[in-house]
Design a protein around this ligand. Sequence first.
Ligand code: NI
Length: 173
Amino acid sequence: MALLEIIKYPDKFLKHTATPVAEINDEILQLIEDMAETMYDEPGVGLAATQVGRDERLFVYNISDNMEKCEYDVLINPEIISHEGVKVIEKEGCLSVPDYKANVKRFASVTVSGLNLKGESVRIEVQDMMAAVFQHEIDHLNGILFIEHISALKRDMYKRRIKKKLRKKAKKK
Ligand code: NI
């Protein structure tokens, strides 16, 4: 097991569109284990492969109410096949978008198809918070960050704040 480095905005790789996994081999299983460990270390409720600089179309997510316990599941080649309703998720955040939270409009419930760890086809229906996690992680695999779902004004404010921070950092060097 190893902790992976999480890519942060404005790294361009976060815009990368992930490639479907063709075969669940040892390398993929190792990646999944490492991603789960990294997610619990942060801690976060979900982590997409794109966030650790990988091209595989998969994400891990927490399935326990207790964040202390490392209980996770994975969805490989996930795809939203249907959705219902709308819900505003308050203070959504992302490990790749430091120091920022915003309200984001999401589908209230989604049905997602994909493969499990054994490579079996699964179809999962999730609601509310979990539905938001699934949509957030699938967005990552399509190169989309949650700040693209907020108003342009708010997004620009965040971008300016990050640029300022990076400039300060560069000056110190
Ligand atoms: Ni995220």
